[in-house]
Ligand binder design. Structure first.
Ligand SMILES: NC(=O)c1ccc[n+]([C@@H]2O[C@H](COP(=O)([O-])OP(=O)(O)OC[C@H]3O[C@@H](n4cnc5c(N)ncnc54)[C@H](OP(=O)(O)O)[C@@H]3O)[C@@H](O)[C@H]2O)c1
Length: 331
C-alpha cells in the first residue's frame, strides 16, 4: 500500500494532529517518460504553516483534502525516463506519500558519495543556502562586528552563527534550552548564548552579551525577541528578517512597540527576503557551503524522526523547539 498525508482542514492558531489525515492508495505505476519514486527523507519546515492558510503569499497555499508537499529526498525505484535510472536519488518539492510518480520536472539528482543524503535537506539544501545568502545579500558582515541570531540552534540559525565566526565576527545566539546554548558554544563556536525561555528581560540580556551593540541581527523568530534586538542595534545596523515563527500561529497580528524612530536615528536597514529571491545564486552558495563542510569549518546537526507516520508530529514539534538543527523524517 501507499500511505499519503492530506491536509484535513486549515488550522486556526496552533495546528494539531487533527488537521492531518492519513489515506491509503495503491502504488502508482510510471507511464512513458515517468519515474516511480520512493520517499526516503522528508523535510518538515516552519514555513509549511503559512501554506496551510488560504490567501495570497509568495507560494501557493495547500488545498484542503489534498496531499501536503515539502522538499523530499526520494529514490528512483523504476524509470521510463531517459533522464533517470533506477537507484538514482533525487530531491525536490514532492507530496507526503510513500510512493509517487513524476515526470522529473523540478527534481535534482543528489549524490550520496558527496555527503549523506540528509545533508541535501539541511546544510547543502535550502536551509544552508538561506543562512548563507541572507548574510551575504543583506547582512554584509564585516570582520569584528557583532552578529546576533535567533532560532540559533535550528537548521538555519546554527549555520548563520558558524558563518559569522568564519567571517571573524563576535556571534551571540538565542535559543530555547540550556542544552541548546551549550551546544552553540561548545560545538558550533558561538561566543555567547541567551536562553530566551529563562530570561525575563531580553533587552538587558542582549545588552550584556553584546556590550558593543548589535551590528547584524539575523531574525528567525520575530515578535518580542526582534523588539529586544532592535533596542540594541548599532548605527548602520542590518536586520535580516528571515523567519517569524513566534507569529506563525497567531490568529491576529500582535501589536508591538513601533521602531520607526530607531530605524531613522540609527540609519538601520531592515529587510525581509525569501531565499528564492536569489535562485540564480544557489549554485555558488552550495559550492561555498560544501567547501566549508569539507574543510571542517562548518558542522551541522539534525533531528531525525523515524517513520512516515510521524511526519505531522515532527512538523508540530518545530513549534515546541523539539528539534536541534534540521528536522527530518526518515520514511
Ligand atoms: N526566508 C526564507 O527564505 C526562509 C527559508 C528557510 C527558513 N525560513 C524561516 O527561518 C526560520 C528557521 O527555520 P528552520 O527551518 O531553521 O527552523 P528551525 O529553527 O530548525 O526550527 C524552528 C525553531 O524555532 C524555535 N521556536 C519555535 N517557536 C518559537 C517561538 N515562539 N519563539 C522563538 N523561537 C521559537 C524552536 O527552537 P527553540 O528551542 O530555540 O525555541 C525551533 O526549534 C523559520 O521561521 C522559517 O520559517 C525562512
Amino acid at each position: 500500500m501507499n500511505k499519503t498525508i492530506y491536509l484535513k482542514n486549515r488550522p486556526s492558531g496552533e495546528p494539531s494532529l487533527n488537521d492531518f489525515e492519513f489515506k491509503e492508495e495503491s502504488k502508482p505505476s510510471p507511464s512513458d517518460g515517468e519515474i516511480l519514486l520512493k520517499s526516503k527523507y522528508i523535510s518538515v519546515d516552519p514555513y509549511l504553516r503559512g501554506r496551510m492558510r488560504s490567501g495570497e503569499s509568495y507560494i501557493e497555499p495547500f488545498k484542503v483534502n489534498e496531499p501536503i508537499e515539502s522538499v523530499i529526498i526520494a529514490e528512483v525505484i523504476s524509470s521510463n525516463s531517459p533522464n533517470f535510472k533506477e537507484g538514482d536519488f533525487v530531491t525536490g518539492m514532492l507530496k507526503w506519500k510513500q510512493f509517487q510518480v513524476s515526470k522529473g520536472i523540478g527534481l535534482n539528482k543528489v549524490d550520496p558519495n558527496i555527503a549523506p543524503l540528509t545533508a541535501f535537506l539541511g546544510i547543502l539544501g535550502l536551509t544552508g543556502i538561506t543562512a548563507y545568502l541572507g548574510l551575504e545579500k543583506i547582512g554584509k558582515l564585516k570582520e569584528g562586528e557583532t552578529l546576533l541570531v535567533s532560532g540559533a540552534a535550528g537548521a538555519v540559525g546554527s549555520i548563520v552563527g558558524q558563518i559569522g565566526k568564519i567571517k571573524g565576527c563576535k556571534v551571540v545566539g538565542i535559543a530555547g534550552t540550556d542544552e541548546k546554548i551549550a551546544l552553540l558554544k561548545n560545538e558550533f563556536g558561538f561566543d555567547e548564548g541567551i536562553n530566551y525561555k529563562t530570561t525575563s528581560n531580553m533587552k538587558e540580556a542582549i545588552n550584556k552579551s553584546c556590550p558593543n551593540g548589535v551590528d547584524v541581527y539575523f531574525d528567525n523568530v520575530g515578535g518580542e525577541i526582534l523588539d529586544a534586538a532592535l533596542e540594541n542595534i548599532n548605527k548602520f545596523g542590518r536586520l535580516i528578517i528571515c523567519g517569524a515563527i513566534a507569529l506563525y500561529n497567531a490568529t491576529e497580528t500582535p501589536q508591538g512597540p513601533r521602531h520607526e524612530g530607531t530605524l531613522i536615528k540609527k540609519s538601520v536597514l531592515m529587510q525581509g527576503f525569501t531565499v528564492r529571491d536569489y535562485i540564480k545564486e544557489f549554485g555558488p552558495a552550495t559550492k561555498q557551503l560544501a567547501t566549508w563542510l569539507q574543510e571542517d569549518k562548518i558542522k551541522y546537526t539534525e533531528t531525525i524522526v523515524d517513520g512516515f507516520d510521524k511526519t505531522p508530529q515532527a512538523f508540530l514539534d518545530l513549534f515546541k523547539g523539539k528539534n536541534t538543527g534540521k528536522m527530518i523524517v526518515k520514511v
